[in-house]
Design a protein around this ligand. Structure first.
Ligand SMILES: Nc1ncnc2c1ncn2[C@@H]1O[C@H](COP(=O)(O)OP(=O)(O)OP(=O)(O)O)[C@@H](O)[C@H]1O
Ligand SMILES: C[C@H](N)[C@H](N)CCCCCC(=O)O
Ligand SMILES: [Mg+2]
Length: 251
């Protein structure tokens, strides 16, 4: 079976897609450098999977499937990246219901298993937060549990994050999910946010490592060249501010 991580968040719009893209870019670079040192070349060192996206379709520059690939530079098609795309910008269960359909749970799990078996390393991005319903019975947490992948929890840096993060950790533990760590995203460099104290509280009460803090930067690029420059800039940030060795240990 392949290895990997399941990226969830304390909420929708916390930056899961952004964080997943830059981690994938940085991890792919490390793996390629390592392989080149050993004289092997792997075309796809890791695979990205967005099981369900809602509110956009492949090809839309706002779609997670589009942004994951542009942001990471990983070479796979959008069709391979996302399995179900739903029009309404809602929790997948309701977005599917509005479209007059249901996410076929067994097929979704089978696709997850196929991906785990086919790729040496997998990064999976959930939808919204951990308890978002994917069907009338199952949530994002059930998918993560079925895949057996540890969680990486993306959280904001603003006031309120300690509570949101600890609630997510508690819900994950209740369901037997393993937690690789927490990543804080979008730090605006504001002293009033008491970042080190926020980290201390999450680590002490949640018994999980906070593996780094992503700064808030300018909006996402548009052209291919801009995406490439964006990626290089973020790889440097990841290498200097994120505990990448610990993240790589899950690959
Ligand atoms: N570090 C950052 N600096 C600046 N903007 C950011 C940062 N992280 C995310 N954003 C912006 O915030 C918005 C939400 O980010 P993103 O789409 O990654 O969230 P998400 O958690 O993946 O949401 P969803 O639940 O829809 O999948 C996007 O417009 C993105 O460009
Ligand atoms: C449309 C959005 N960007 C996500 N794809 C889905 C977020 C669902 C959140 C549901 C909720 O927690 O209230
Ligand atoms: Mg996303």
């Amino acid at each position: 079976m392949g290895k990997g991580l399941f990226i969830t968040g304390t909420d929708t719009e916390v930056g899961k897609t952004w964080v997943t893209s830059v981690l994938a870019a940085a991890a792919a670079r490390r793996i390629s450098l390592h392989n080149a040192g050993q004289g092997t070349v792997l075309s796809n060192p890791l695979h990205l999977w967005k099981p369900i996206q809602s509110g956009s379709q492949p090809g839309d520059p706002r779609a997670d499937s589009f942004r994951l690939l542009r942001g990471s530079g990983i070479e796979q098609t959008e069709e391979e990246t996302v399995t179900y795309s739903l029009k309404a910008p809602l929790a997948p269960w309701m977005a599917a219901r509005r479209a007059g359909t249901l996410i076929p749970w067994e097929e979704l799990l089978a696709e997850g298993e196929r991906k785990l078996a086919s790729y040496p390393r997998l990064l999976v991005e959930g939808a919204g937060g951990l308890l978002v319903p994917l069907t009338e019975r199952y949530t994002v947490a059930d998918l993560a549990a079925a895949m057996g992948l540890p969680l990486l929890i993306v959280a904001r840096t603003r006031l309120g994050t300690v509570n949101h993060t600890l609630l997510t950790i508690e819900a994950a533990r209740q369901r037997g999910l393993r937690i690789a760590g927490v990543l804080l995203n979008g730090y605006p460099g504001d002293d009033d946010l008491a970042l080190s104290e926020t980290i201390e509280m999450i680590e002490q009460f949640g018994s999980v490592p906070v593996l780094g803090v992503f700064p808030q930067l300018e909006e996402e690029p548009v052209s291919m060249e801009e995406w490439e420059a964006w990626r290089d800039q973020w790889i440097e940030i990841v290498e200097s501010r994120i505990r990448m060795d610990e993240i790589m240990s899950f690959f």
